[in-house]
Design a protein around this ligand. Structure first.
Ligand SMILES: NC(=O)c1ccc[n+]([C@@H]2O[C@H](COP(=O)([O-])OP(=O)(O)OC[C@H]3O[C@@H](n4cnc5c(N)ncnc54)[C@H](O)[C@@H]3O)[C@@H](O)[C@H]2O)c1
Length: 357
């Protein structure tokens, strides 16, 4: 409680009181400042005040840009850590001496990533767990807290995509998409947030998607699940702010990435190219270390909601078609059917004898 009050004072100081103080001080010392500024730059006191405010804000921004929080010794749980972005984020964090806990249904992927991390003497644990199984998630959280220690970072990254239009996607697949991409985020947040609140520190990360900002043809179930994931994070962020909590959140909204999940999907040259998986994973880890609340990849995606708000919706839809976003899933192949059905890549999680390694 004392810590959160201190941080509240710190925030007020840095964002409101200090700039106002700079202007008032400059005004009070009007004649002195005016003559000094006249001598130097020929500025009035209020112009000098504004200039000082700008300089102050630039310095504040530079400090933020260059300061990253160390993850050394921190425990990071990554769902979907056996492949793609999850694997790359795990390697990045482990190289920075974080303790990585991978959760996935892909046994081979888990084993491979643990071995990759062990090869450079990093510390990693892996758990075979279906993130949609609420009870399994809750008992896994207890197990992790008891054996590895309190969790500092939770990255809700596991995801699935069908790439089918609304009437083509099976009921089961639509439900699975929601369960993995959005509902499971509740279970992981509910499992780990209480302990973070007690410690008044921690970080919840959601790997959402640009598909959570605008609808795309062939992605109705996926878009809906990602809109839900973004909504969850926005409400959570505000709930934490109301409690003056130091627990941080980062919502990530990337365009297509070359991990394999969206194989065949097309980018838009110059405006929205397909993202590189390694660069994306590294940028996400940096955002976590900087405490960035929202990460649009590429940054131009930050204008999507604004454009939808100010444009006639017909024009917004026309723009989506004109730019090729509507047709971006036309050649989608993805990882193939078996990936989600678990035929080749996954193991049954009923094999509880061997679910931690
Ligand atoms: N690849 C892209 O173009 C792209 C773009 C935007 C957002 N994203 C999001 O990024 C995240 C990572 O995607 P990726 O590209 O690395 O895909 P990926 O397929 O390589 O990784 C997803 C991982 O989630 C795991 N997973 C799936 N269902 C699970 C379940 N029920 N329980 C536990 N684990 C499960 C898979 O086994 C896999 O290891 C996803 O949430 C995805 O929606 C991807």
């Amino acid at each position: 409680m004392a810590k959160s009050r201190a941080s509240q004072i710190k925030i007020r100081l840095s964002s409101v009181i200090l700039p106002v103080f700079v202007i008032v001080l400059t005004a009070r010392m009007g004649s002195l400042v005016t003559s000094a500024c006249n001598a130097l730059f020929n500025l009035q006191w209020w112009q000098a005040g504004l200039a000082l405010l700008v300089v102050y804000k630039v310095i504040q921004w530079l400090v933020w840009l260059t300061s990253t929080e160390s993850v050394k010794g921190k425990v990071a749980v990554i769902t979907g850590g056996g492949s793609g972005l999850g694997r790359l984020m795990a390697l990045n964090l482990a190289k920075q001496d974080a303790v990585v806990v991978l959760v996935d249904i892909n046994r081979k992927g888990l084993v491979d990533v643990v071995n990759e991390i062990a090869a450079f003497n990093g510390l990693a644990y892996a758990h075979l767990c279906d993130v949609t199984d609420r009870d399994a998630v809750y008992s896994l959280a207890e197990q992790i807290s008891a054996t590895v220690g309190p969790v500092d970072i939770v990255i809700n990254n596991a995801g699935v995509v069908s790439g089918k239009s609304l009437l083509e996607v099976s009921d089961a697949m639509a439900e699975l998409t929601f369960d993995v991409n959005a509902v499971a985020h509740f279970w992981f947040v509910k499992a780990f947030l209480p302990s973070m609140l007690v410690r008044n520190s921690g970080h919840i990360v959601s790997i959402a998607s640009a598909a959570g900002l605008a609808g795309v043809v062939g992605l109705s179930d996926y878009c809906a699940s990602k809109f839900a994931a973004i909504g969850l994070m926005e409400a959570l962020r505000l709930e934490l702010a109301r409690q003056n909590s130091e627990v941080k959140t980062t919502t990530v909204m990337p365009f297509y990435i070359n991990t394999g999940m969206f194989d065949g999907a097309s980018g838009i040259p110059f405006i929205l190219p397909i993202l590189d998986a390694q660069e994306t994973a590294d940028r996400i880890v940096l955002a976590i270390q900087r405490g960035e609340k929202m990460l649009y990849l590429p940054p131009i995606l930050g204008f999507v909601s604004l454009l939808r708000g100010i444009m006639p919706i017909g024009l917004f839809d026309y723009l989506s078609t004109l730019l090729g976003i509507s047709a971006s899933m036309d050649q989608f192949k993805g990882r193939g059917q078996d990936w989600h059905e678990g035929a080749d890549n996954s193991v049954s999680i009923t094999d509880e004898s061997d679910d931690e390694f």
